[in-house]
Design a protein around this ligand. Structure first.
Ligand code: TYM
Length: 328
């Protein structure tokens, strides 16, 4: 019996090279060995102030990007979170089984709170919705980038607590991160994660960026002044980030990349990394464009995915409602 894998991206922007390296690339490699659920987590996007048209367009674009990277709706269940209403319903039960204290310790929430006074209650309950996503399908594996690991951990805690209180209901999932590239950093500020909703577009490579834009962004990438190509994330965050990206694009170990670039200059590191990225995402960008020109096809993929997901989710939610004592 194949195990179940769950993961998602949230359409607060267009997908980035970080999303590809930290998540989608790993999903694709696991697709054959697991029963996979891949969702566009649009409900999670509502936790921030987002323009409705942009949200809708990003949702289509993320679906198209999944398909363009080779996630296959014949093999995997690909859908949009809000199309399966059980996510929001189970999230309420999850919220009622999460302590205020543990939710307050989530780094993503604390960071957002430190930056912005007007944050929503939804941002606070975000991990409970994410726990609902994962637990609805008996998922045992959740491949994510490093930044989402804390949310998978709290999901595990909630699942174990619920099972102890009400009897075995949920599979306790495990989070996994890629061995290289679990946290791709920004090109201009390599001490911070490359993020799709960042402040500066030049910090981020979007999957849909044109070749020239990619070349220009890498040219401007921040390095350091000692002109020595060595992997040392603490002292050389910019150079190490470029080496990591190159290594993931070429499927080479960090060690082999260091050897390859030995004695070469930063200009060459930037150029070759840009070309390696273009080689991987160039063809994908063209496929995304073509998929986005046929929204009816994307609607149909989403509809079929939601149909399959709903039939599983409905049963799990019924079980949970029964366990907690709701009248059915
Ligand atoms: P999101 O949309 O922020 O990111 C999607 C995936 O990409 C990973 N990632 C990165 N990995 C490496 N380097 C980076 N710079 C980088 N930026 C992002 C993220 O870790 C993530 O794996 N809450 C989730 C979406 C979600 C989800 C879920 C994930 C909703 N429900 C259930 C797993 C299971 C999020 O905001 O991802």
């Amino acid at each position: 019996m194949k195990k179940i894998l769950y993961s998602a991206t949230k359409p607060t922007g267009r997908l980035t090279l970080g999303n590809y390296i930290g998540a989608i690339n790993l999903w694709r490699s696991m697709q054959e060995d697991y029963i996979c659920y891949f969702a566009v987590a649009d409900l999670h996007s509502l936790t921030i102030d987002i323009n409705p048209n942009e949200l809708r367009e990003n949702t289509y674009a993320q679906l198209a990007t999944f398909l363009a990277f080779g996630l296959d709706p014949q093999k995997s269940i690909i859908y949009v979170q809000s199309h399966v209403k059980e996510h929001a319903e189970l999230a309420w039960i999850m919220s009622c089984n999460t302590y205020f204290g543990e939710a307050s310790r989530m780094t993503q929430f604390k960071d957002a709170k430190a930056k912005n006074k007007n944050i929503s209650v939804g941002l606070f309950t975000y991990p409970m919705l994410m726990a609902a996503d994962i637990l609805l399908y008996d998922s045992s594996v959740v491949p994510v980038g490093k930044d989402q690991m804390q949310h998978v951990e709290i999901c595990r805690d909630i699942a174990m607590r619920f099972n102890n209180k009400y009897g075995k209901t949920f599979v306790v999932p495990e989070g996994i991160v890629p061995s290289v590239g679990a946290k791709i950093m920004g090109l201009l500020d390599p001490t911070k994660k490359m993020a799709k909703s960042g402040d500066n577009d030049n910090d981020v490579i979007y999957i849909e960026d044109e070749d020239d834009v990619i070349r220009r962004k890498f040219k401007r990438a921040v390095t350091d002044s000692d002109n020595c190509i060595k992997y040392d994330p603490t002292n050389k965050p910019g150079v190490s980030n470029l080496i990591t990206i190159y290594s993931c694009m070429k499927n080479l170990s960090i060690n082999d990349c260091e050897k390859y670039f030995e004695g070469k200059g930063y200009g060459q590191l930037k150029n070759e990394t840009a070309e390696a990225v273009i080689e991987v995402i160039g063809p994908v960008r063209e496929k995304i464009k073509s998929l986005l020109s046929d929204k009816r096809y994307l609607d149909e993929i989403a509809r079929l995915g939601a149909e399959k997901a709903s039939s599983i989710a409905r049963k799990k939610l019924q079980l949970v409602y029964k366990k907690v004592g709701l009248m059915l």
